[in-house]
Design a protein around this ligand. Sequence first.
Ligand SMILES: CC(C)(COP(=O)(O)OP(=O)(O)OC[C@H]1O[C@@H](n2cnc3c(N)ncnc32)[C@H](O)[C@@H]1OP(=O)(O)O)[C@@H](O)C(=O)NCCC(=O)NCCS
Length: 332
Amino acid sequence: MEPLRAAEEFVSSARDEGRRWLDTSEVDLYSTLRWLDLPESHLDEVMARYGDLRRDPVFGPLVGGMVERLVNDRGDLDQPLPIWPDFDEFGDLGRLWWIYVVGLATPSLVAYHESRGLPPDVTRRTVSVLARHANLHERKWGTPGVDAGWWMIPVIRGELVQVGSLQFHRYHLGVSVLTPRPWFTRDEATTLGPGFRDGDEAWGVHIPDGTDLSESALEETWERARDVLHRAWSPSTRRLATLQSWMMDSRLAEFLGPDSRIVRFQRQFHAGARWGHDVDNVVEFVFRQPASHLPGLVACTRVQAAVLEVLRSGDSWRDGVGWRDFDRPDVR
Ligand SMILES: CC(C)(COP(=O)(O)OP(=O)(O)OC[C@H]1O[C@@H](n2cnc3c(N)ncnc32)[C@H](O)[C@@H]1OP(=O)(O)O)[C@@H](O)C(=O)NCCC(=O)NCCS
């Protein structure tokens, strides 16, 4: 379905109630967006178009309804997580709409984090996602907007939290949209036991653009995440941290050698025997270009050279899957 229609359908039950979010004053929206460190280059345009948004028959109800629905869905991990392309082709408000959604929803997200006992610095790091994706949009297209805007959804729903260098997404294995695929077979998972089975709660690990993957930063990240997230959502059974990423292609070790931060990070996970095949994601994350630009791409870094060598040989990139225990060993 065309993404705008799909988004309208997603918010349809929340559309009427959602009007209240657009009553947020300009002063309040501006101060939230400043607190979110939205780039200066974006602030002027976003504020100048806020009046248009409130009057717009398409994006007004969409923004209000989206905030309403995401706030209502908080805590329900099995709600759908739609992965939409960005809406830039639908005009200026389509390009900016995720900024309004995040700006209007942030005060309630902050209150939710407080209610779970998450420390303020963790909240702050979590919401840095907006500025990072706004910067990426500007880098790619030269205009204000939000790159991969759908990624704001789990953040606003309160199920994705950044601690230190990594983002942690609470999800149900085998059920949630972002569950690793391929995973263990049902028989293998049954043998492995709690933590590996369909429906078990897990933490999906994600790597923000430009993050610090040094050994010391990661050690601090795991330790703090275990402490903070364990207190906010205490485990009922063994919980895994899982990672599915282009960074988990085991061939990277040959290309980059043992000193690479990516290779050292890979080794913090047990590697699954299976992987997904990928071209689009690796080109996006390594070149910030669509895969259709592949023939003209030029490598400036060792990872870029590795990706070009593999893809131009006709092979696909391996979207590897890894896991490690998340909580302390006494949680079984
Ligand atoms: C996370 C990240 C900062 C790690 O980079 P790093 O700390 O430099 O990693 P390494 O030390 O292993 O880098 C080894 C080499 O690969 C390059 N490299 C690493 N990640 C790269 C990337 N995403 N794009 C281009 N080059 C990259 C480095 O510049 C270095 O090359 P050089 O020695 O020629 O300068 C980087 O990969 C990144 O910003 N990724 C974007 C987010 C992402 O991909 N998330 C995962 C989504 S599934």
